[in-house]
Design a protein around this ligand. Structure first.
Ligand SMILES: O=C(O)c1ccccc1NCC(=O)[C@H](O)[C@H](O)COP(=O)(O)O
Length: 261
């Protein structure tokens, strides 16, 4: 079994258990459920956008522990000061050491910038939960969902006012998505082997219609690469480890952004 299959198998069990403990009615009553989400699309396309989607990530299957000291509140303040376009927060507990509490806490100090709930969505319940914890957008990974699931979950998110970052690795996954006007993330990291290949973004870029917003994800650590990817039409850049591996992720992010302006 490769790591993605392991993550999905674990996630399905976790969500099935969660659904026995928490009702949709309870989620809908959460105060965050009433707030109007902040648009990720707008944040990435506004003229002054830095395009950086900075991630809070304590650990990962590919790197192990990245940062177990930084707090979500400090990092959120730092990323906001750095003027990130959006914040991504990994909420998977078992493989990434994250939690929905991280989104809830970040939301208390971030009222201006979209929050992407980054997890492995395998059930509509998690999308309702994303809204209830105060996220503005969710991730749908084409590698682990069928064409119909991508459509259904995309529609559910849209009905709840959440935006979707659709993640792909190759043309086969791209073909599963109704592309028009979507936010499409190309993940440079193979979720099966962890190998990072930045060429992946470039190779797939011209297969994506102009109406879409293109985001390059993973393995980004050089500001010059961001400048280069912009030439291929990328407007979003999802970066986690490069910031989180430092003692002060917010400061590292600020320094990085100052070099792409
Ligand atoms: O990061 C991993 O090891 C990983 C393994 C298996 C599935 C997903 C994984 N990461 C999730 C992500 O997509 C990244 O956290 C995100 O794109 C940021 O990547 P990076 O800048 O390389 O931390």
């Amino acid at each position: 079994m490769n790591i993605l299959d392991k993550i999905i198998a674990h996630k399905k069990k976790e969500v099935a258990q969660l659904m026995k403990e928490v009702s949709i009615e309870k989620l809908v009553k959460s105060p965050n459920f009433k707030r109007t989400p902040i648009s990720l699309k707008k944040a990435l396309t506004v003229k002054s956008s830095t395009g950086i989607i900075a991630e809070f990530k304590r650990q990962s299957p590919s790197k192990g522990i990245i940062n177990d000291k930084a707090t979500i509140i400090d990092v959120t303040h730092g990323y906001l000061e750095a003027k990130v376009a959006a914040q991504s927060i990994l909420t998977d507990i078992h493989f990434f050491g994250g939690s929905i509490l991280d989104v809830i806490q970040a939301r208390t100090v971030n009222e201006t910038t979209p929050i992407l709930r980054k997890d492995f969505i395998v059930d509509g319940f998690q999308i309702v939960e994303a809204k209830a914890i105060g996220a503005d957008a969710i991730l749908l990974i084409a590698a682990c969902l069928t064409k119909q699931e991508l459509k259904n979950y995309g529609k559910l998110a849209e009905d709840l006012g959440l935006e979707v970052l659709y993640e792909v690795h190759n043309i086969e996954e791209l073909d599963k998505i109704e592309l028009d006007h979507k936010i499409i993330g190309i993940n440079n990291r193979s979720l099966k082997t962890f190998e990072v290949n930045l060429e992946r973004s470039i190779e797939l870029a011209n297969q994506i219609p102009k109406s879409c917003i293109k985001v390059s994800e993973s393995g980004l650590s050089d500001p010059r690469v961001i400048v280069g990817l912009k030439e291929y039409g990328f407007q979003g850049f999802l970066i986690g480890e490069n910031f989180m591996k430092t003692e002060n992720p917010g400061y590292a992010c600020q320094e990085f952004i100052s070099q792409i302006k």
